[in-house]
Design a protein. Structure first.
Length: 270
């Protein structure tokens, strides 16, 4: 595995923890994780892509080792703090890949500061149906600590039920992340449900790759997202890819991202 470093950046609302890899002179690619994960979900993918890109993967505020938001939890609040983070680490222009919640935040960032982003890739775009908006927050409800530890088993069952045949080490990582982020788990889902994703994704001016695995619950959002995009593209993951496509299918994911982003950075100087 190629060397992956870790650091903190100071923003006006607190510290943001991030992972980084690759030559700083290479095209910059920012990676935004899903809920309730953190930047560790990108370790395998970063190793695959570090020879071509300078990779920066922050922990969303309130997740991993980043400080929590100091204001109401909204996608706009996440986006604004991460834009401040990019400024703090000297990233003026970049490309961005977001998975699930990361896709929602990435679209908001591209709408807020379109000049900063050369291209976006969204795995599991969050163009939610009304039934999904109603159901999603309940799937992340807080599990109060119990003396007998039954809340730990309940969280394990919740996380392991997201995808079939997930390695136990990955489940454990996600369970620990879900427990450590506390109320931010459900708050981030509520934020995603409240976002005007359709209106925002239609306003994105740069090229956008929208795709999802065939076992991803957000697969149904891909076609309507593509219909809204000004410059939309798609890709196909291996059969059986789902919520943890970035970990379970890192080599194939790397090929998709490499092919999409490598043709869209030539007109920009990094």
């Amino acid at each position: 595995m190629k060397s992956i470093g870790r650091a903190y950046a100071q923003t006006g609302s607190g510290q943001v923890h991030y992972r980084y890899a690759g030559d700083p002179r290479s095209p910059r690619l920012v990676l935004l994780h899903q809920t309730p994960s953190h930047s560790a979900m990108y370790l395998s993918l970063m190793s695959q892509l570090a020879d071509q890109f300078h990779l920066i993967a922050p922990d969303t505020p309130g997740f991993g080792l980043s400080d929590a938001l100091t204001q109401e939890c909204t996608v706009a609040a996440f986006a604004n703090q991460l834009l401040e983070f990019l400024q703090a680490v000297g990233v003026e222009e970049c490309m961005l890949f977001g998975h699930h919640t990361g896709a929602a935040i990435g679209v908001q960032m591209a709408v807020e500061q379109p000049q900063r982003f050369a291209a976006l890739a969204l795995c599991g775009p969050t163009l939610l149906s009304e039934s999904q908006r109603q159901a999603l927050p309940a799937k992340a409800s807080t599990l109060p600590a119990q003396v007998d530890g039954s809340h730990l088993l309940a969280m394990w069952q919740r996380i392991s039920g997201k995808e079939r045949c997930v390695p136990v080490q990955l489940i454990q990582r996600e369970v620990l992340s879900a427990l450590s982020c506390g109320d931010a788990y459900q708050a981030s889902y509520r934020a995603v449900c409240a976002q005007d994703f359709a209106g925002q994704v239609a306003a994105v001016t740069c090229p956008v790759l929208a795709f999802a695995g065939d076992e991803d619950l957000l697969k149904t959002a891909v076609a309507p997202t593509l219909a809204l995009l000004r410059d939309g593209h798609t890709a196909t993951l291996p059969q059986g890819a789902g919520t943890y496509a970035c970990e379970q299918h890192a080599p194939e994911m790397a090929v998709i991202l490499r092919e999409f982003f490598s043709t869209r950075n030539k007109s920009r100087e990094y």
